[in-house]
Design a protein around this ligand. Sequence first.
Ligand code: GDP
Ligand code: MG
Length: 455
Amino acid sequence: LGGSIARALKRMSDSTVVDEAAFAACLNEISRALLQADVRFASVKDLQANVRTTVNLASLPAGANKRHVITQAVVAELCRMLDPGTPPPFSPTKSKGTTTRPSVVMLVGLQGSGKTTTCAKYAAHHRRKGFSPALVCADTFRAGAFDQLKQNAAKANIPFYGSYAETDPVKVAVDGVETFLRSEQRHDLIIVDTSGRHRQEAALLEEMRQVAEAVRPDLVILVMDASIGQAAFDQARAFKESVPVGAVIVTKMDGHAKGGGALSAVAATKAPVIFIGTGEHVGEFEPFDPKPFVSRLLGMGDLSGLVNKIKDAMPDQQQNTNPEEMVQKLMTGGAFTLRMMYDMFQNLREMGPLGQLFSMLPGGFGGELMAKGREKEGQAKIKRYMTIMDSMTAAELDSTDPKMMNESRIVRIARGSGRQVKDVKEMLEEHKRMAKMMKKMPKMMPNLNNNRRCD
Ligand code: GDP
Ligand code: MG
């Protein structure tokens, strides 16, 4: 007997065990966080399916931290989704003393996404890496666009090209690129800023296609505002259909938006995120690192926070009585409250650890509720008793005073649960029987405490 109880207890202490229901709840919680972070519904569904196939709870070795396994699977899956499997077609690298062929990089994106700001950031970043960058303003649509680029460029001390008179973006782009290629300053990274607005989106996309065709960029970068939301996928796809988007930069990551749209942009363009913008200033720019990005998507400051969050989301016994704690209490002669009975019933129905213990207890414990061959009847009773207890107050459930359940309370509970007074009394009788039995538990199982001490 002692052995089987010890085993049951062992199972309970593993009731950090994540069963299938808890697994599903955990995945739902994560999915909610991702949807709130503007990750596309289709991507969330994919993630759920993939995590389900990578995590096989049943095959994990005993003692494995299952929550940890799930967490890791989710993070890995999100990182995988952020990795299109192809590096950007061009990524400027430079080691001292080598002369690289001058490269042309073109930034595209909607008005306000942060292109002009990002042009200066991108240029400054590469200058620190040893490049000699220059900026070309090919936004002839918006009045003041050139002035803005000029200001940004001047602040970062980067040469720039633009025109107040020329209205053809293709011509400005080509003139600018050629000017810098011919320049004696030997620029090796020419960055073309483009327009973001047009009378019609189709006209903007056509303009991008023409500029790209004329300047033949080594890399086209799609710039996206982190707060773009669910529109990200369609927008990124539209750009990709017009120009060969090879990389993505997500801006305004310093704001409230979690940037789930980046996942959509990656999915739509098959291009990786390479940098994020974290502020208005030229230095507020970082190479993209998927892990912190993913933890932000999930709404946590860090990954260990995620583990806690998942723990919180677990609809397990922690919300009520901790099974191990409960057995400890009973073993040391503590009172068996109505809430404990409720939790036992709950566990019994789900065959959770308490239910397993319950069914193993000696002497046909639980009496007729567990009687062999009458399980259906027993289950119906348990359900009825639980409905009645649902109408009880917390104080009533936790009370250790048997006299608390007076006539007026019983009438109120009966009315609240839609049951008759005699049903409530029957439930209370059952509880009394069980409580009596529980009192005997330490004596019935002398081995239990010994076992635990030996462990
Ligand atoms: P464009 O229309 O695509 O060229 O966008 P702009 O470069 O003009 O940027 C639009 C606004 O967003 C400006 O006020 C920028 O200062 C701001 N902005 C750009 N990038 C960031 C960023 O990473 N963080 C914050 N907070 N603001 C940004
Ligand atoms: Mg601009």
